[in-house]
Design a protein around this ligand. Structure first.
Ligand code: HEM
Length: 138
């Protein structure tokens, strides 16, 4: 999913599909990208073996070192001051309920905007004007 999302993002970027009137769809896309990363992070802990446990402890320590809100965010992620069973159920709830719900809602909005605005033509397709002459791409 991460690879496909980057391919999709590159396609929309190189086709200039982020420009007016599709700015909002680009912004929704960026939020979808961040949510996909949150899915990766929360999903990684779920096997709860040594590798996933220590990798997630490192991630929560990095979060905890962030300025101002870092310690609060780390406490929120861990479900308390200590890393333990509560952390696992919290990551599970975030991974299978919270983020999928947000992703489904945002994909709905994303596709609604695509249906409303249409897709951007590839740069190599020049628009035809009324008199049949090829003109600037619109
Ligand atoms: C869960 C992730 C995503 C899904 C399922 C998704 C799905 C889609 C689909 C089906 C389309 C219409 C077909 C197309 O133009 O390719 C579309 C268009 C678009 N997407 Fe996404 N997208 C996602 C993430 C993103 C991201 C990360 C960005 C950019 C940051 C983005 C920006 C756009 C834009 C600007 C369009 C309009 C394209 C155009 O006008 O041709 N999307 N998206």
């Amino acid at each position: 999913m991460v690879i496909l999302i980057f391919l999709h993002m590159a396609r929309t970027f190189f086709f200039g599909a982020y420009k007016y009137p599709r700015e909002l769809n680009w912004i929704i896309g960026v939020v979808l990208l961040v949510l996909t990363f949150v899915m990766s992070l929360t999903g990684y802990l779920l096997p709860f073996d040594q590798r996933s446990l220590w990798a997630t402890i490192v991630a929560s320590n990095i979060t905890g070192n962030g300025p101002l809100v870092g310690p609060y965010m780390a406490d929120f992620l861990r479900g308390g001051a200590e890393f333990g069973a509560t952390t696992l159920s919290r990551f599970y709830a975030i991974h299978m309920l919270l983020i999928p719900g947000l992703i489904i809602a945002l994909i709905g909005a994303h596709l609604y905007l695509v249906a409303r605005l249409g897709t951007t033509a590839p740069p190599w397709i020049a628009a035809k004007s009324d008199n049949g002459m090829r003109s600037e791409r619109v």
